[in-house]
Design a protein around this ligand. Sequence first.
Ligand code: GRF
Length: 215
Amino acid sequence: MTASEPALAVVVLISGSGSNLQALIDAAAANGPYRICAVISNRPGVPGLGRAATAGIPTRVVDHTQFADRTSFDSALGEQIAACQPQLVVLAGFMRVLGADFVRRFAGRMLNIHPSLLPAFRGLNTHRRAIEAGATEHGASVHFVTEQLDGGPVVAQARVPVEADDTEARLAARVLAREHLLLPQVVSWFAAGRLTLRDGQACFDGSPLQAPLQC
Ligand code: GRF
């Protein structure tokens, strides 16, 4: 980024601890090519909101329990995001399923981090399921968000070996440490214009990715 280029405006969605948000904040502070213009949580009072406030980032809460159905929640969330006029929306530990209309509204400019080597282990409890399945490798993926839950084009992955005596907690901690490097890297690529979604495919430097980038 040069002094004349404005940093990419990013809205980060969270539901809890916000350690991935912290990694994004720290990388942006170290002259990352993006700036976090708002953090929105679907749960009030979570630690991630405190992390944002400490960093001087505006926060909003759109509490899903206050809405009658998914459509009205999605609509309120979409309005809050749009009010910030972001160029990218990042789901960083955001634990709500988003409906098709919402996803279409932000198509090509919404990324999610998921704690598995997609397409393996979509959904919840990924670390436990990886151990139970006898996987020798596990990790995290960043993907464009599409209407298919955890099914959008994968951009990049971080891989960790599963150790023979791994517990769910130990494996999760090792994966999370890698997430904290992976997510800022992918957001920085997007901010630099290197990453796009074209005809449903993730493209890097203008060419469709044949396989996820390894981080
Ligand atoms: C991360 O493992 C993320 O991939 C998953 O939930 C966890 C959230 O962690 N979706 P944090 O809130 O970023 O600390």
